[in-house]
Design a protein around this ligand. Structure first.
Ligand SMILES: Cc1cc2nc3c(=O)[nH]c(=O)nc-3n(C[C@H](O)[C@H](O)[C@H](O)COP(=O)(O)OP(=O)(O)OC[C@H]3O[C@@H](n4cnc5c(N)ncnc54)[C@H](O)[C@@H]3O)c2cc1C
Length: 384
């Protein structure tokens, strides 16, 4: 099949699926903090969990630009489902695809892309968030295996995943240069998830929990990439995931905006529809401008990734701008809806709550600004 035909078929499939299956349950999974197992499994069967991967592993043979459009469209109606998909497809699938051995791709990537297994990515710990070099989880090599001890916190899909990408120190004295990445399977002795399911502000249909590693024995064949060079795996994975988070953020903003555009033509005050008021127009215009600009940054970064370019700066720019667009747009959307925006009978307060994580996950906004500044200071030529 031609690329364009493949892409059109995927778009047709996801549009129908989102309309029929994701939109109708979005409010319920938020209210009941329920993981949408059936929908995730069905997305696997429909080929929607492997969009940016080759068909040889069960992927759809499409690019990151197409994948991020898909994520945007899910997030317009259900950001929690979009968050589950990005964690599964990018944070878990990408390290295995990019750094894994053929055996790892057969054993782990294929069942992830088909949806037979769910993936999680475990980096954050109780005492270590932005500062990756401070992780305390350790893996010690003994007789062809590694023994992992430690814990992870705030892990998306912790309670529902089967395959975990885990960061651990293999050379604790070397900071960033002593981290390695492992694949740990659910059910491995000593590995438990989880004593604690997080109760969150938003993204309540997305599972978040804790992982405990108590002398967990993992075969040496489950090391992803090179020993002690896990930082390279983490960097590449987090940069790619920022495109997914940017797409989630833009989708949330677009969803909130769509509700507003309908509402301002339905609601009257002082005998006029809301869209006649200049301050409402200002908010609508700002929403539009920010969403368009965020979309362009994301397209640029995703296009560069598809061409194999380094996107460290571009992914941070897209994620930072999109997440700030999401929080501003949803705040204004609640304002436009007034009391109805604040009511749980309407979806605006959910968009508002869901938006905030996009400024925190996959590196906070402060960390994105640091990355962008470091990249331009390091790489720009200053001759005038
Ligand atoms: C819903 C949810 C899902 C998540 N899913 C996952 C997951 O699947 N896997 C995973 O590994 N992690 C996950 N996380 C964790 C997430 O990646 C971290 O929360 C994030 O990296 C920030 O770390 P922290 O929360 O420990 O904040 P901290 O690092 O403690 O930062 C606290 C504040 O200090 C600021 N700060 C820290 N360092 C600097 C600096 N050098 N310069 C300027 N400001 C700084 C931060 O920007 C922030 O404002 C998730 C978190 C949430 C809430």
């Amino acid at each position: 099949m031609e690329y364009k035909d493949l892409q059109e078929a995927a778009i047709e499939t996801w549009k129908a699926f989102i309309r029929k299956k994701v939109a109708p349950v979005a409010a319920r999974i938020d209210e009941q903090e329920e993981f949408p197992f059936d929908n995730i499994k069905e997305m696997g069967r429909l080929g929607l969990l492997g969009i940016p991967y080759p068909s040889e592993y069960g992927g759809a043979d499409l690019d990151y630009r197409t994948y991020t459009k898909f994520i945007r469209e899910i997030a317009r109606v259900c950001a929690a489902t979009a968050m589950t998909v990005v964690t599964h497809t990018t944070l878990s699938g990408n390290p295995v695809f990019t750094f894994g051995t053929n055996e790892q791709k057969e054993r782990y990537l294929k069942p992830l892309l088909s949806g037979d297994k769910i993936g999680a990515f475990a980096l954050t710990e109780p005492g270590s968030g932005s500062d990756i070099s401070s992780i305390q989880t350790q893996a010690v090599e003994t007789d062809g295996s590694y023994i992992i001890n430690g814990s992870k916190l705030f892990i998306t899909n912790a309670n529902v995943a089967d395959i975990f990408i885990v960061a651990a120190k293999t050379k604790p004295e070397s900071g960033m240069l002593g981290i390695s990445i492992f694949i740990v399977e659910k059910g491995t002795e000593g590995f438990s998830a989880s004593r604690k399911k997080e109760k969150k502000l938003g993204m309540r249909g997305s599972d978040t929990g804790e992982l405990i590693f108590d002398h967990v024995k993992v075969p040496a064949g489950n090391l992803v990439g090179k020993k002690n060079l896990g930082m390279e795996v983490l960097h590449q994975t987090l940069v790619s995931a920022r495109l997914g988070m940017a797409a989630i953020a833009i989708g949330i903003a677009e969803g909130a905006q769509m509700h507003c555009l309908r509402y301002v033509k339905e609601r009257k005050q002082f005998d006029k529809y809301l869209y006649h008021f200049q301050s409402v127009k200002n908010m609508l215009a700002d929403m539009e401008m920010h969403i368009s600009a965020a979309g362009l940054l994301l397209e640029k970064a995703a296009g560069m990734k598809d061409r194999g370019k380094n996107i460290t700066k571009e992914a941070s720019e897209a994620k930072l701008f999109a997440s700030e667009t999401a929080t501003k747009t949803t705040k204004d959307a609640v304002q436009i809806f007034g009391a109805y925006g604040y009511s749980r009978e309407f979806p605006l307060e959910r968009f508002f709550r869901d938006a905030k994580i996009t400024e925190i996950g996959d590196g906070t906004s402060e960390i994105q600004r640091t990355i962008i500044a470091d990249e331009i200071v390091k790489k720009r030529n200053y001759s005038l």
